[in-house]
Design a binder for this molecule. Structure first.
Ligand SMILES: Cc1cc2nc3c(=O)[nH]c(=O)nc-3n(C[C@H](O)[C@H](O)[C@H](O)COP(=O)(O)OP(=O)(O)OC[C@H]3O[C@@H](n4cnc5c(N)ncnc54)[C@H](O)[C@@H]3O)c2cc1C
Ligand SMILES: *[C@@H]1O[C@H](CO)[C@@H](O)[C@H](O)[C@H]1NC(C)=O
Ligand SMILES: *[C@@H]1O[C@H](CO)[C@@H](O)[C@H](O)[C@H]1NC(C)=O
Ligand SMILES: *[C@@H]1O[C@H](CO)[C@@H](O)[C@H](O)[C@H]1NC(C)=O
Ligand SMILES: *[C@@H]1O[C@H](CO)[C@@H](O)[C@H](O)[C@H]1NC(C)=O
Ligand SMILES: *[C@@H]1O[C@H](CO)[C@@H](O)[C@H](O)[C@H]1NC(C)=O
Ligand SMILES: *[C@@H]1O[C@H](CO)[C@@H](O)[C@H](O)[C@H]1NC(C)=O
Ligand SMILES: *[C@@H]1O[C@H](CO)[C@@H](O)[C@H](O)[C@H]1NC(C)=O
Length: 616
């Protein structure tokens, strides 16, 4: 059953389908809507229209200057909860054209503009307000951005000159069924286990609170500790990132979604049983194996922000199991980096057998990290991995082969420490041990990720060791590598309704490499770091697994082969589905399906600007 939110919207979208020949209107253009037109929109959405102001505007001269407010903003800058309260606060912006200023230390403000952030925001609480914003954007040829948390790392929740619709406060509840019954009868449905319905802009912590209280495990976000890899960037590491702030039903799940539970149960996208989706036409439709199966396919791995806006989803829930976990930490005993990289190679080689036994989790390593890896160490390797439903001795036996390899370094070139833990439930494990993973942050960083399969990890130690050497970089490059042991196991199983990059079905780990640069670095320095990540470090990883891909949600914004790397063999089919559900290209985001129909006419020296059709 499908119904219209606003029938006028369907008509509006028709008229625009074939007339996309001009760029989207920006405030500099004569076609930008008048104040009266914006006021009319504001009335339609019950006064919820916000004219966006940069988060740190109080630090700059002008009508909003306020030294006390500025000091507070400066102190809170790296606090993701603080950033999320602003419609234009970002955890990982692609640019920061209005940085906070430390006025108390005599720092002087430069310039402050919105840059790539949208101009207006509808702070929606009802799906009707979302639909009204979509109609307005189509009718007035204004760029549209759908934002929930603003966590995206590739600029997908930014948009120069755009109208943004913020769906964070559309919240219609989280509920649990002990045994799933599809909303509409569906003969294709095989799932009779528990199901969790998430209706709105919730974050995983909201869902964990409900699911864990019922002893139910869900595949949700798992590594809350992303921090700045910038050596002296203004993103100070005092952050309040101790709980999971990633959105549930948007970019995370539709782009794949890895989790401490994904090895056991499949990626988050694989958990979607059905969804309610608001389409560009204004219709709200069900996507399931029975209704709109092509849309169902697309939102299960084909990326967020592309086919429609998910208003709710029903995902699988699993009975909690006991967990055995350990943390492994390795510190070099001298300034020589070779033994550490040899041990990292041994560890990578053992991942497939550890994961075939059932281990999964997260790790990080560096030969010179700009931030601590653990304790006060900036050089070393650390991971926290766990296995469900095994005894401590079974888990220890499975780890024995790797431990033996590591013992030969222990006390001579490296210090190796290993600690085991037992947890009665997944929830107690999750609460105690998630967050060991650290990655990138601030606009001052570049990152790239690569999927590794069993062959890449085990067939040639020489090739792997040489790749790891390139990934480690030189000490003065301040490179951080993260390793996500989140695939293998259930992720290897094919699913006919999965829009995920098929490369996932042979992936064991995703390895992420990141580097930062200091504030005030020259354009040439910044470009050389980006090139190093894309072509040298990312290139070395690609060479090891050229036919696999990269995880689209933790990826290189500058990846020249993004369509292959993020979507693989599914790109063509996903593009067809995009054309079917969003023929006018209302939903645009960089490196998303459908994005080749548009380009950004970059402003001078920037990598954002007005959105224009390419004619493709
Ligand atoms: C602190 C942090 C921790 C992370 N942890 C993990 C992790 O454990 N595992 C993992 O796999 N990834 C993780 N990520 C990466 C994460 O998957 C991406 O940042 C993802 O884009 C976030 O999705 P979001 O909806 O919260 O973000 P947003 O920035 O709000 O949205 C991202 C994209 O999705 C679209 N979108 C948002 N909501 C909807 C919706 N309802 N319907 C359709 N489109 C929508 C937006 O338009 C945009 O294109 C993490 C990121 C951060 C910053
Ligand atoms: C929208 O209306 C509300 C309530 O009248 C007002 O507070 C707000 O400033 C208006 N927004 C814009 C962008 O004018
Ligand atoms: C982070 O911001 C939130 C929201 O403003 C606030 O409640 C919290 O106390 C802040 N945390 C820190 C460590 O300042
Ligand atoms: C957005 O709306 C929510 C819910 O009505 C409200 O709590 C919040 O303060 C609003 N945010 C902004 C920035 O206006
Ligand atoms: C349910 O199982 C059947 C038979 O194995 C399979 O063909 C179908 O694709 C499954 N349905 C879903 C939604 O996965
Ligand atoms: C939770 O599940 C675990 C594993 O099935 C079980 O041992 C435990 O008793 C359950 N706890 C509660 C509170 O139901
Ligand atoms: C790191 O911590 C250890 C023990 O806590 C301490 O002995 C050592 O001096 C510290 N090293 C540095 C560089 O701070
Ligand atoms: C490494 O050696 C130290 C010192 O001998 C020892 O305490 C530690 O347990 C060893 N680590 C492992 C994993 O065996």
């Amino acid at each position: 059953m499908a119904f219209k939110v606003l029938s006028a919207l369907a008509l509006a979208s028709f008229g625009y389908a074939s007339s996309q020949s001009s760029c989207k209107c920006t405030p500099d253009d004569a076609c930008w809507p008048s104040i009266a037109t914006w006021d009319a929109l504001n009335s339609t959405v019950s006064g919820k229209l916000i004219h966006n102001l940069p988060v740190a505007i109080s630090c700059y001269p002008g009508p909003y200057h306020n030294a006390e407010e500025c000091a507070y903003v400066y102190s809170q800058w790296s606090n993701s909860t603080f950033q999320e309260l602003s419609p234009v606060g970002y955890v990982y912006p692609t640019d920061e054209p209005c940085p906070p200023v430390d006025l108390s230390s005599g720092e002087t403000p430069g310039t402050c503009v919105l840059g790539p952030a949208p101009v207006y925001t509808i702070n929606a609480t009802e799906p009707e307000e979302l639909a009204a914003g979509m109609t307005f954007a189509q009718k007035n040829n204004v760029r549209l951005v759908i934002r929930n948390t603003g966590h995206d790392l590739l600029g997908k929740s930014e948009g120069y000159g755009a109208l943004q619709i913020w769906i964070r406060y559309i919240r219609n509840g989280i509920s649990i069924q002990d045994s799933y019954v599809p909303t509409e009868t569906c003969a294709q449905n095989n799932w009779t286990g528990a199901a969790v319905t998430i209706s709105g802009g919730y974050v995983w912590d909201d869902v964990y609170n409900v699911a864990f209280a019922r002893n139910i495990t869900v595949v949700g976000g798992g590594d809350p500790v992303y921090m700045s890899s910038s050596p002296n960037g203004y993103c100070r590491a005092n952050s309040d990132l101790s709980f999971e702030t990633v959105g549930c039903i948007g970019g995370y799940i539709q782009g794949g979604g890895h989790s401490p539970a994904s090895h056991d149960y499949g990626l988050a996208a694989d958990q979607i049983l059905e969804a309610q989706v608001l389409l560009a036409s204004g219709e709200i439709v069900t996507a399931s194996a029975c209704q709109n199966p092509d849309l169902y396919f697309a939102i299960r791995g084909g990326g967020g922000g592309s086919y429609g806006v998910a208003l709710s989803m029903v995902i699988k829930g699993y009975p909690s199991k006991p967990v055995v976990a350990h943390s492994l930490a390795i510190i070099p005993l001298s300034s020589e980096t070779d033994p550490l990289l040899e041990s990292v190679t041994d560890i990578y080689t053992e991942y497939p057998s550890l994961m075939d036994f059932g281990f999964s989790g997260y790790g990080t390593w560096s030969i010179n990290s700009p931030q601590v890896l653990f304790g006060n160490q900036t050089i070393g390797y650390v991971h926290a991995i766990a296995v469900m439903d095994k005894s401590l001795s079974e888990a220890q036996d499975a780890f024995q082969p790797l431990l033996q390899k590591l013992e030969k370094y222990n006390g001579t070139s490296l210090f190796v420490s290993l600690t085991w833990y037992q947890f009665p439930t997944y929830a107690s494990y999750y609460r105690a041990m998630s967050g060991a993973h650290q990655a990138v942050g601030s606009p001052n960083s570049a990152m790239s990720s690569r999927m590794f399969n069993k062959a890449a990890l085990t067939s040639s130690r020489t090739a792997l060791r040489s790749t790891i050497g390139v990934m480690a970089g030189q000490k003065e490059q301040y490179t951080i590598n993260s390793v996500e042991l989140i695939a293998g196991g259930k992720v290897l199983e094919e699913d006919p309704y999965s829009g995920l990059n098929p490369a996932w079905r042979s992936t064991y780990i995703v390895s992420v490499v990141a580097r930062g640069w200091a504030d005030g670095s020259s354009a040439a320095t910044v470009q050389s770091v980006k090139n190093d990540i894309t072509y040298i470090k990312g290139g070395a990883m690609r060479a090891l697994t050229p036919f696999l891909g990269s995880y689209m949600n933790e990826a290189d914004r500058n990846d020249p082969l993004w369509a292959w790397d993020f979507f693989g063999l599914n790109f063509a089919r996903l593009t067809q589905i995009k054309e079917e559900y969003d023929p006018a290209g209302l939903f645009y985001c960089p490196t998303c399906v459908g994005s080749p129909s548009w380009y950004q006419k970059y402003l001078d020296g920037k990598d954002y600007g007005p959105l224009c059709p390419t004619g493709l």
